[in-house]
Design a protein around this ligand. Sequence first.
Ligand code: GAP
Length: 500
Amino acid sequence: MADPTDKMENIINLCKRRGFVFPSSDIYGGFNGFFDYGPLGVELKNNIKQAWWQDFVHRRDDIVGLDSSIIHHPTTWKASGHIDNFTDPLVDCKESKMRYRADQLFFAPVRVAGETIGYVSVLEDETMQAKAEEMANEMKRKQAKQGALEPLTLKDYTEAKPEEHALIPSPATGKPGSLTPPRSFNMMFQTYVGAMQDASATAYLRPETAQGIFINFKNVVDTGRVKLPFGIAQVGKAFRNEINPRNFIFRSREFEQMEIEYFIAPSADWQTAHQGWIEGCLAWFESIGIPRAKLSLYPHPTEKLAHYSKGTTDIMFEFPFGVQELQGVAARGDFDLTQHSDVSGTKLDWFDEAAKARFIPHVIEPSVGVDRVFLALLTTAYHEDEVEGEKRVVLRLPARVAPFKAAVFPLLKNKPALVERAEALYRRLKKRFNVFYDESGNIGRRYRRQDEIGTPFGITIDFDTIEKDAGVTVRNRDTLEQVRMTEDEVVRFLDEQVNG
Ligand code: GAP
């Protein structure tokens, strides 16, 4: 299973087969860029959101929560800069009608002994350099050119000169002449509010949860619970009309974000606060089961910063399809509060009692996609191994996030005493944890079914349980160790494993 494409295929299949993630609108053939979370997926997703909320809101004194509406007053997006700047460069292939993000379409002139003999183009991925070199060699061979092929330097299509647009082949057809120049494409989904369907009724589905926080800054401050520095956290859906949704739930058109706007005084050292948040987020990922070794940092070059940012570092994760952004940690300065103050005419500032001064706070923003954390956890947890000579798929999900915390089994389903006791334990555990009951098939098969969906513990009621009052066996999914404990001990044990 060394091939990363196989690993993604296996995970996508498992997600569909066991009810983690389905393609959206499956019966209508799916809907590109949208997904539905099934009975197990919704549990894993809720557990991720709950762990994040517990750790960043409930367990801290300096962060409060918010749940704003998804559709804001449309002026929000003018003030925030999204109407003017939230764009991706789009390129169309006139022949195939395919659309690409220009910054994900790479090209290079093919030069042999000082002469340009054509262009090659490839879509961005880990292997694009090798693919482009293969195409260049093929072009040289077909044109029977003698001499050395010069090294290929791939650039993205936004860097192409106007005279090159007609020379770069479309990735769809392999032929030049059909690609348009890049143009800006705004990624916000539009809708209309009210009965009129004209420009005055246009509104937007939020492309980030962040703006809901900024426009509620005054409301939160006025409720009086916060003291600078403090944060406002929000979890919720965001929508982006991505040109090229891809890699399963990694880049979709409807997704969920967990965002914090952490407000600091303008005189505070923002670099230190920014670094503190980067380290805090790395530690959190580790705490929920994403290994540090698979995480890395990508500080954005100054010239590529988003319109609002003084500095952004992405926390990257080694997905099977390459190292990609998991979380962004941005220092947004006072950009957003200043913009909303200026455009709305409502002062969004802070009165510092000690200094008897008013100022607009600056902000550090850790922002992460729930769906990406979900995928990072799944790809980390997915393993294939062998137990007692039988192959198994196992999801080594930590108990805190696993959909089911334990499964309860009577050893045999045709022994009423075993079944009765197992059902009673199941009912007792279910009051506190999400647990599963299964009596069908042999016990090995039942273990395998739970291993595949990441249930960390299998609890079996056997004859010793009822005849000798010898407790139940608790089997550990990862170590395969089986330990006997009383039913009271099981409750304490699960509590420790799930809630820490
Ligand atoms: N408020 C800042 C903001 O939205 P971003 O880097 O555009 O910044 C933050 O998005 C996070 O949201 C990303 O790190 C990623 O985890 C998630 N995200 C962004 N676009 C996504 C998409 N199309 N599909 C899934 N998750 C996405």
